[in-house]
Design a binder for this molecule. Structure first.
Ligand code: NAD
Length: 336
């Protein structure tokens, strides 16, 4: 059976990336839209065969509870709205896929987890790289010991932020700057590649506060994570240059990915340098997104926990909070 998804937020990601992916899914289909723009919603509904009765707006959102076609609500909204729509969806009796970063604070993440638990509904975070073939291959090879004992992880993620009025550059809507939006890929990868949880962080932020884009949020932040095994992860995110790279250094070789976490075109080398380009084994879905969507559907159908549940989003946000604190107080912060 295919589970029915309602997409909340018809923006760059919800409309541009997620909606076209249902055609690649085996267990997931698009059945409803939630948008503040009725003209756009009607056009998208017609294009994707969504009935007009299944178009909702932010005011009548809660009436999704009366629509049995909707099994899952996929929250593709600015970060400050993730908690509200996740909690309202759970209260309407729906499972939830929520985009990354999970929320603007760990307190909100905890409330989201509690609401889904109380409603007996699944909560998964949109960490698509856990379904991306190159990332899965890299992780498999690292765990199989192909590069020996892992000593060092490095990742830089950035893009050039444009419009100063974008919600991404408003602290109240984004919760923070490049770290929240794109640095979270480096942070999450440091955790899934090492299979360890960091015990301490140290961070340094540098931002040109005269740049109209960066009045409220950081541009560049460098953060170091200490892992129990002795591995150090050195990560950086920025809003003033394009960069997308993951590197694992072991005592017998390296795993290098550039780009590492893009929508497509990711590349993976394993060995001493970049001479051995790897073709990864196929991921779980035809694309990283269909793998991600169908994973949640199968978890619902088989009553299993998603591999990237709300708790995974919460772990990252707790570390993000420690990173910001470290940068602010200019000191190492021990975790737990
Ligand atoms: P976007 O600005 O393109 O879209 C946001 C949508 O929310 C728009 O349709 C907008 O109309 C709607 N919205 C409703 N209320 C709003 C308000 N008060 N202010 C602003 N917009 C409002 O953003 P996006 O790039 O689609 O990002 C949406 C979410 O998806 C974010 O959480 C982002 O981090 C995430 N995202 C994830 C990936 C990924 O690869 N997993 C990629 C891009 C974005």
């Amino acid at each position: 059976r295919k589970l029915g998804y309602a997409i909340v937020g018809l923006g760059g990601y919800g409309l541009g990336i997620i909606i076209p992916q249902f055609k690649n899914c085996q267990h997931s289909k698009l059945v409803a839209l939630v948008s503040g723009d009725p003209v756009k919603a009607k056009r998208v509904a017609a294009e994707y065969g969504v009935p007009e009765r299944s178009i909702y707006n932010y005011q009548n959102f809660d009436s999704i509870k009366d629509n049995p076609d909707i099994d899952v609500v996929y929250v593709c909204l600015p970060v400050s709205m993730h908690a509200e729509y996740t909690i309202r969806a759970a209260q309407a009796g729906k499972h939830v896929m929520c985009e990354k970063p999970m929320a603007v604070s760990s307190k909100e993440c905890e409330a989201m987890i509690a609401a889904c638990k109380k409603a007996g509904k699944k909560l998964m975070i949109g960490y698509r790289c856990h379904f991306e073939a190159n990332n899965l291959e890299a992780r498999r090879r690292a765990r199989a010991g192909e590069i020996g004992k892992l000593r060092y992880f490095r990742s830089e993620h950035g893009f050039t932020a444009g419009n100063p009025n974008s919600w991404r550059l408003k602290k109240a809507m984004s919760g923070g700057g490049s770290l929240m939006d794109i640095g979270i890929y480096a942070l999450n990868a440091a955790r899934y590649m090492t299979a360890e949880e960091p015990i301490a962080v140290y961070a340094k932020e540098t931002t040109d506060r005269h740049d109209p884009r960066f009045r409220e949020v950081e541009d560049m932040i460098e953060f170091e994570l200490e892992f129990p095994s002795g591995v150090i992860a050195s990560c950086m995110s920025m809003y003033s240059a394009n960069q997308n790279h993951i590197l694992l250094m072991g005592d017998k070789g390296r795993i290098d990915m550039e780009p590492g976490t893009r929508y497509d075109g990711n590349k993976l080398w394993v060995g001493q340098d970049r001479s051995n380009l790897i073709t990864p084994a196929p991921g779980p879905g035809a694309t990283q997104w269909s793998g991600q969507l169908d994973h949640l559907s199968l978890c619902v159908l088989n009553n299993k926990e998603p591999i990237v549940p709300g708790e995974e989003g919460l772990r990252d946000i707790r570390i993000v909070e420690a990173i910001y604190r470290s940068a602010r107080e200019q000191k190492r912060i021990a975790l737990i």
